[in-house]
Design a protein around this ligand. Structure first.
Ligand code: MGD
Ligand code: MGD
Ligand code: MO
Length: 787
């Protein structure tokens, strides 16, 4: 989240699009309702009428996979009706930047497309520069080649009639949303967007999120209370896990994982290719070298590239993402697998394929609270006798969150310590303890080995105590960072160095433990420090900042755009920034100076990117999902031309002729994810005992299906049998003049546990987003009949 949960109460319009917080983030809904009590409007845009929709002032249905068409329509509406915040975009975004002459867009393709390589060369997506290398601008925004005019032209194609013919949204609903949300483009008003998996799980998921960012920048809604682009995170610590490098392409603090190619062959090469010439990231070498010092301690020296060569590297030219790994596994190219709390037999796309892939492994270790469908996969492998499955499965009982201590980071980036409530049951152990034991054992095994494979184990600094249980305080010190010689804690990332004198496990968290006896993850002062920011409750990265890009909350002179949405401001008498939050830059930076007008310090340009270089284009453009009921009305390019595709084996594509119905998947309040944690609880199993599909009354009538009938849903991959739930929550859509049915189902079921049922993921496709590689779980084609 750019903002945080408590802050949502200040919003004048909450656009819930691609999420369903009433059911999946119920605590957040308290703040949404608070905003509504103060007169704010709740808008829900979802293919089905959810419990969030039930509380909304405006509900607009849209067909799964069409968010860009919808938001493109809002962008066009805001520009055409002069509802954007001109003063804001002129200085705080790249609206005024003049584009390179070679940049072009034609029939769904941006300039630089390499058809054979299925990728873009982004060389033409840059800006025009003068002889001194400064970007040319037109702050009147009238130059036909400035970003604003190019955007205006791009989105002029997203007129209301075209948009609604694609999304299937009734015109009056679309207009109601446009008026309410674009009405927040005025100074003094803010709107927020709350998204989660309904936005991201798509072959153009990153561009969906970009579209949310573009409309928010246009309306001047970023950096202010009640504004922002807010990702509602999933698992309790999914924010923490991505912060700490659990994504394949990041190490801690969102630095890129080294790749075993020429460009990153040495530490210097890595730093050269990763460090920009301007913006805050010029400091990257300090963060990266300090990270290597944390990894390899005394074994990291200037002479050995601070241990860079010991560090694991991604394989160049391979897809190292989740789907890439399962593809390799399916092909028999992986030997072993450790699963720390993951249940891919239920949760992965085209799950039959993932299920079969597990049988290609020599060994698998499942570390979980329960025996999941994955750890029991060998009992159910299609058409096989369990005795013939070669995979040796180890199960290590993990203990639950209440039985261990440590921090979790919430969606608002607040790092909060949780103390242990009870002792672990039985033989179960915390994940950290399991890793600690494993790391120490491996180091022990390799101790006297001088072969190259042993070197990284021997070099690894594992200094979390000599006991079986790791000392969490030592782990926290390493995360925060310390002086390599004295062990003294580092007060903030501004003090990290690139010469090995500091070690820091995760630069964005640096400063949460600034000095002895002061661990801010444990801070629990619940006094409101202004606009519900609670600066003395927990630690928000970076540097305890609660609202990112908060420089944008004021005009050029440092004066808040309005009095009731103020968060920081320039105090002319004291010559410093002050207010309710930690400013997003140096406190004494004079607002009117050039550097003072750069609110997006992490971008090399210092401004917000209306036009940005993603793998699939600089401006969000509508493409259809991989499986779609209609040809793309916006261009002749059907699916994102650079979407992540995998081996076609056992991943057939269905055509609308055979599979005319659009399907989506989601979760229910009563179950958690793949269901291990809830379908094994008798009381929750009883509340939501059976797998079902939601279908409209009209579709039920056409197919002769009654409520509670057993039905078969068929996709090009598989068919599953479930109960029919006939509901008014889905309605047939009118898409390009024809009637298209839309259904939806939870993905929380599997064959193990008390409540069992078919897995929706047997039906889903194995394709993903070019930037994030997230699978397209939210839109595919199917057909349905009575069982
Ligand atoms: N009770 C409960 N809470 C949970 C979870 C759980 O399993 N159970 N899981 C947690 C996790 S890990 C996560 S990631 C979050 C996920 O949180 P959400 O993203 O809110 O979860 P979903 O229910 O998968 O999807 C949200 C909505 O997106 C809609 N949708 C489908 N396709 C589209 C589309 O193309 N565009 C738009 N705009 N909307 C679409 C669906 O109808 C659904 O109502 O929830 C977390 N909270
Ligand atoms: N069709 C479809 N598929 C989806 C989605 C969708 O919307 N639609 N959503 C996707 C999303 S957003 C997500 S996050 C994934 C989730 O996919 P998974 O992560 O595979 O699913 P979970 O059920 O969350 O699995 C977590 C496992 O962790 C165990 N566990 C709980 N606490 C601990 C602990 O402290 N330690 C250990 N070691 N184990 C623990 C639980 O018992 C459970 O078996 O699924 C994805 N799959
Ligand atoms: Mo998630």
């Amino acid at each position: 989240m750019t903002n945080h949960w408590n802050d949502i109460q200040y919003s004048d319009c909450i656009l819930i699009m691609g999420s369903n917080p009433a059911e999946n983030h119920p605590i957040s809904f308290r703040w949404i309702l608070k905003a509504q009590e103060k007169g704010g409007k709740i808008v829900s845009v979802d293919p089905r009428f959810t419990r969030s929709s039930a509380k909304a002032d405006i509900y607009a249905p849209l067909r799964s996979g069409t968010d860009i068409a919808f938001i493109g329509g809002l962008i066009n509406y805001a520009i055409e009706n002069n509802l954007y915040h001109k003063e804001y975009i002129v200085k705080y975004t790249n609206a005024a930047y003049i584009l390179d002459d070679a940049y072009d867009f034609h029939d769904g393709l941006f300039s630089g497309f390499d058809e054979a390589g299925r990728k873009y060369d982004q060389a033409t997506w840059g800006f025009k520069k003068d002889a001194a290398g400064n970007v040319l601008m037109d702050e009147t925004l009238e130059d036909p080649r400035c970003v604003f005019q190019i955007m205006k032209k791009h989105y002029s194609r997203y007129d209301i009639d075209t948009v609604i013919s694609v999304t299937g949204t009734p015109k009056n609903n679309f207009l109601e949303v446009a008026q309410a949300f674009c009405g927040t483009g005025k100074a003094g008003k803010t709107g927020t967007i709350m998204y989660a998996m309904g936005g991201t799980q798509s072959t153009h998921g990153s561009q969906n999120v970009r579209a949310y960012a573009v409309i928010q920048l246009l309306l001047g809604n970023i950096g202010l209370p009640g504004g922002g682009v807010n990702a509602l995170r999933g698992e309790s610590n999914v924010q923490g896990s991505t912060d700490f490098g659990l994504l394949y392409h990041n190490i801690t603090g969102y630095l890129n994982t080294p790749i075993d190619n020429e460009k990153m062959a040495t530490l210097q090469a890595y730093l050269d290719s990763e460090t920009p010439k301007s913006g805050y990231y010029v400091n990257k070498p300090k963060f990266f070298v300090s990270y290597l010092k944390a990894m390899y301690g005394e074994n990291a020296t200037a002479n050995n590239e601070f241990g860079y060569q010991y560090h694991p590297k991604l394989k160049a030219g391979k897809n190292n993402s989740y789907m890439g790994l399962f593809d390799e596994m399916y092909e028999g190219n992986l030997k072993g697998l450790f699963l720390f709390g993951q249940n891919p037999v239920v949760g992965s796309p085209n799950s039959t394929k993932s299920h079969n892939a597990l049988a290609q492994l020599d060994w698998m270790v499942s570390i979980d609270l329960f025996e999941t469908e994955t750890s029991a996969f060998w009992k159910k492998e299609a058409g096989k006798n369990p005795a013939e499955i070669k995979t040796e499965v180890f199960f290590l009982p993990a203990c639950s969150s209440y039985e261990k201590e440590g921090t979790v980071t919430n969606s608002g980036r607040w790092m909060q310590y949780r103390w242990q409530a009870i002792q672990p049951k039985g033989d179960s152990k915390g994940d950290l303890e399991i890793i600690h034991v494993l790391a120490r054992k491996l180091k022990e095994l390799y101790k006297n080995d001088s072969s190259p494979v042993a070197a990284p184990f021997n070099a690894l600094s594992w200094s979390f105590g000599e006991h079986a249980h790791p000392d969490i305080d030592l782990v926290q010190r390493e995360i925060n960072g310390f002086d390599s010689k004295t062990g003294k804690l580092v007060p903030g990332f501004g003090k990290l160095a690139d010469d090995g004198s500091t070690a820091c496990g995760n630069w964005i968290y640096c400063g949460f433990y600034p000095e002895e006896g002061k661990n801010l993850s444990k801070a629990r002062d619940n006094k409101d420090t202004g606009m519900n920011n609670f600066l003395n409750w927990s630690f928000a990265w970076p540097m305890n900042r609660r609202i990112l890009y908060n420089r944008c909350s004021t005009d050029y002179n440092g004066k808040p755009w309005s009095d009731d949405k103020k968060v920081i401001w320039w105090d002319q008498a004291k010559k410093e920034w002050t207010g309710y939050d930690v400013p997003d830059f140096v406190k004494t930076q004079v607002p009117t100076e050039e550097a003072g007008l750069k609110p997006f310090i992490m971008n090399a340009s210092g401004v917000g990117n209306l036009f940005a270089n993603l793998k699939d284009g600089p401006l969000p453009e509508h493409y259809e999902p991989y499986e779609s009921p209609i040809p793309n009305p916006f261009s002749s390019i059907e699916v994102s031309p650079v979407a992540a595709m995998f081996s076609k084996k056992s991943n057939k594509k269905g055509s609308p002729k055979d599979f005319p119905i659009v399907a989506t998947t989601y979760r229910v309040s009563e179950h958690w994810q793949s269901g291990s944690m809830t379908r094994n609880q008798s009381f929750l199993a009883e509340l939501m005992p059976h797998m079902f599909v939601e279908i409209s009354e009209e579709l039920a009538k056409e197919k002769g299906i009654n409520n509670k009938d057993r039905v078969i849903i068929k996709s090009a991959r598989a068919e599953i049998e479930v109960y029919a739930l006939v509901t008014k929550r889905f309605k047939p859509y009118k898409i390009k003049g024809k009637k298209v049915h839309h259904i939806g189902m939870p993905w929380n079921y599997g064959f193990n546990g008390i409540a069992t049922g078919a897995s929706a993921n047997d039906l889903t496709t194995y394709v993903g987003d070019a930037n994030s590689q997230i699978p397209e779980y939210k839109a595919f084609l199917c057909d349905i009949r009575r069982a």
